[in-house]
Write a protein that binds this ligand. Structure first.
Ligand code: SAM
Length: 218
């Protein structure tokens, strides 16, 4: 259970080590205050990943026609940023019903998919999305998405579509970060995608830098 030693829910969730169920309980408890807390702590990852996608697709596709999957959608911070730029054809996927309830109330997604990633099963048709966005997905404590979920996400992305992964640059030095880089390299070696850009942004979260991998699916 949550240790209750701090009122800061981010620190509480981040301190839960390697237990998926506890982390999910933490998100359920936090759901209605998540965005306020994350915004106050200076979380800019959602805005940054949407801006990167817009840089690539904005000039070649009409935003409202771009089919986007936001993974994990949480309360819909990415969805709100998508809507601001006219990307109104987005779906959100997350394992947590309480987080998704908040996302639903914002009306920024066409479809919400409640499912746990990393089980090898994804209730989505192959070749569906022009862009799949992952931010706040891979955490140092390893209690979130397993990197193997990228195998499934490649399948639901259209050939030529984008998968963009954003994470704290420091996270890339952790076991989870190294596994993420390995997985992207593995997918590249198997010619399932190519990493077309690796770029950093300051102020990803608090004063931490973020690293974004922009990948094109083959
Ligand atoms: C830090 S939040 C990020 C949400 C959103 N991307 C954002 O940036 O605000 C992490 C989310 O990952 C979800 N999550 C963790 N493990 C998951 C899994 N295996 N499958 C699907 N969602 C998962 C949690 O339920 C939570 O909503």
């Amino acid at each position: 259970m949550l240790n209750g030693k701090t009122d800061n829910q981010f620190d509480r969730v981040a301190s839960l080590t390697a237990d998926y169920a506890e982390t999910q309980a933490g998100y359920s408890e936090w759901a209605t205050k998540y965005e306020e807390d994350m915004t106050n702590m200076g979380y800019n990852g959602p805005r940054q990943i949407v801006s990167l996608m817009h840089d690539v697709l904005g000039g070649v596709m009409t935003p409202s026609t771009v089919r986007v999957l936001d993974v994990p959608a949480g309360t819909g911070m990415v969805g709100s940023e998508l809507q601001k730029l006219g990307y109104t054809n987005a779906d959100g996927l997350d394992a947590n019903a309480d987080m998704l309830k908040v996302a639903e109330s914002k009306h920024v997604y066409r479809r919400l998919i409640e499912t746990k990633l990393g089980t090898g099963e994804l209730p989505v048709e192959p070749n569906t999305y022009d862009a799949v966005l992952l931010v706040g997905a891979f955490t140092q404590n390893g209690t979130h998405l397993p990197c193997t979920c990228l195998d499934d996400l490649v399948q639901v992305t259209k050939p030529g579509g984008l998968i963009i992964v954003g994470t704290g640059s420091e996270t890339l030095q952790s076991e989870v970060g190294l596994a993420l880089v390995d997985k992207l390299q593995d997918l590249e070696e198997r010619a399932l995608l190519s990493i077309v850009n690796k770029t950093t942004r300051s102020g990803y979260f608090r004063d931490w830098e973020g690293t974004f991998f922009v990948c094109k699916v083959t």
